[in-house]
Design a protein around this ligand. Structure first.
Ligand SMILES: [Mg+2]
Length: 217
């Protein structure tokens, strides 16, 4: 284990995130990337996306120090847009409840996300995920599957990854980890549950791989 969860679209949703990312880059670069330019990016992590946009605009690779500047610029925008106690974000109680249920039953869980690390910490805090839950955000030069592999390294299986998009399913497949889809944007041969499903429904799907997991009926 661990059972790994993506964040955006899987445990909750922070509307307007792409707008804030564009604004942060606009501040750093003197002009925001266009929505079409952003849509064409092939990567699914902040490093991959910012690196591709940077190379397209400046014709050279992104430096780590500049990625950290992006992270800070983005974080300050999120802090302004989602202040403490406000409810501007959505919480998906099914998958989040499953994460809590697994922890309560002694199973290990983790977050593997494309958000830059400090942005990931911020969003997890807003979602009420305790800081003790291991997490890995977007690190320089690592794909999502590499992030997954880094999280499960040295841990005995079974593992799983829950995500809401095809790039999550592809990353799980590349890492050799079973995948569970959340919502209707990730069709495939894997199990899929709506984000509004009951936490127990998620546990039911995960149960065959987790010996000793008891489900309340
Ligand atoms: Mg997602």
């Amino acid at each position: 284990m661990p059972i790994c969860f993506d964040l955006d679209g899987t445990l909750g949703h922070f509307g307007g995130g792409y707008t804030l990312l564009r604004e942060a880059l606009g501040e750093l670069w003197g002009g925001e990337p266009g929505s079409e330019e952003l849509r064409r990016c092939a990567g699914s992590t902040d490093w991959e996306i910012v690196e591709e946009l940077h190379r397209n605009r400046f014709g050279r690779d992104l430096e780590e120090a500049h990625y950290l500047e992006f992270q800070e610029a983005c974080l300050s925008r999120f802090e302004g847009a989602f202040p403490p106690g406000a409810s501007g974000h959505a919480v998906f109680t099914g998958p989040l409840g499953a994460l809590r249920g697994l922890r309560a039953r002694g199973f290990s869980v983790a977050i593997v996300s494309g958000n830059a690390p400090r942005l990931l910490d911020f969003k997890l805090e807003r979602l009420g995920v305790p800081p003790e839950v291991p997490r890995i955000g977007s690190l320089p030069r690592l794909s999502r599957s590499a992030l997954l592999l880094r999280m499960v390294a040295g841990c005995r299986g079974p593992h799983a990854y829950l995500g809401d998009r095809p790039h999550d399913a592809e990353a799980a497949q590349a890492a050799g980890i079973p995948f569970v889809g959340v919502g209707d944007r990730v069709p495939g041969d894997h199990p899929v549950l709506p984000e509004a499903a009951d936490p127990e429904a998620f546990l039911q799907v995960l149960a065959p791989g987790l010996s000793g997991l008891r489900i309340r009926q």
